[in-house]
Design a protein around this ligand. Structure first.
Ligand code: CP
Length: 304
């Protein structure tokens, strides 16, 4: 039995197979309509979500399976003090696979240790968000044709952003990747990631002004400043509109640069950018369904 806690849980070769399967699912959806007949996905979300929870539910439903779960810790027995270890033991009696989001880093890992079914980390605190990373990689591969050799700018909350941490971890395995970290001083990428890049001799730079680096980027990964990760309101208010990607800034970028965003967005991308053909974030959300369908099939041992 296999879980997914970290994007590195799959080798590059396994990811290629997963993305090939996601591409086949996109092209031949009817072929997979009964692939999970009789199977049940549990979505255990202790933190709010729109995309991750609903794309998992859509994925399992499109595969012919069924979905149970909760979208709010307060509507589960966590509100009465039940541990994730006990919860997953019980969920293992009801479902064949579980996607879990939790505000505490490592909670899905703790659950996986007691689980009798595959557990997927659907986001744990500021740590990792591996299925978002699968979505991001599939989007880049589908829209650019490959995953190596890109200069990628990551902009916004690089300190608490689990999507950012996951994506950096995944992209270091592709040759020729260069990182440009764009953040205010307070939201810089954590030291442990910088140390990892230094150890692997991966080129990176850290800057504050987005405008200065726009022309050199192949990919721009925008992120939201996350109110829920701040300890005080004053810091959040000061930093929340630090970056706003608008049409004027897009003028500085290459004609083929792609803008990605895990979403939800607040103000960091102006709606005027949505009609720019380089804005890929809504297509990214669509790819999130296909890659989660591929992941469910793979973890259930149903991928051929
Ligand atoms: N990208 C993402 O994780 O969105 P949700 O928080 O809506 O699931």
């Amino acid at each position: 039995m296999r879980h997914l806690m970290n994007p590195l849980d799959f080798s590059v070769e396994e990811l290629d197979k997963l993305f090939d399967l996601a591409a086949d699912i996109e092209k031949n959806q009817s072929k997979y309509a009964h692939a999970c007949d009789g199977k049940i996905l549990a979505t255990c979300f202790y933190e709010p979500s729109t995309r991750t929870r609903l794309s998992f539910e859509s994925a399992m439903t499109r595969l012919g399976g069924r979905v149970i779960g909760f979208a709010d810790a307060n509507s589960s027995s966590a509100a009465k003090g039940e541990s994730v270890s006990d919860t997953i033991r019980v969920i293992s009696c009801y479902a064949d696979i579980c996607a879990m989001r939790h505000p505490k880093e490592g909670a899905p890992m703790v659950a996986s240790e007691k689980s009798r079914i595959p557990v997927i980390n659907a986001g744990d605190g500021g740590h990792y968000h591996p299925t978002q990373t699968l979505t991001d990689l599939l989007t880049i591969r589908n829209l650019k044709g490959h995953l190596d050799g890109f200069t990628i700018g990551l902009c916004g909350d690089l300190k608490f952003g689990r999507t950012v941490h996951s994506l950096i971890n995944a992209l270091v395995r592709y040759p020729g990747t260069k990182f440009v970290f764009i953040s205010p001083e307070e939201l810089r990428v954590p030291d442990y990631i910088i140390e990892m890049l230094k150890d692997k001799n991966i080129p990176y730079e850290e800057v504050i002004r987005l405008e200065n680096v726009m022309p050199k980027l192949d990919l721009l990964y925008m992120t939201r400043v996350q109110k829920e990760r701040f300890f005080n309101e004053e810091d959040y208010v000061r930093l929340k509109d630090f970056y706003v990607l608008d049409a004027a800034k897009m003028e500085l970028a290459d004609k083929d640069m792609l803008v990605l965003h895990p979403l939800p967005r607040v103000n960091e991308i102006s709606v005027e950018v949505d009609d720019d053909p380089r804005a890929a974030y809504f297509r990214q959300a669509q790819y999130g369904v296909y890659v989660r369908m591929a992941l469910i099939l793979t973890l259930l041992g149903l991928a051929s």
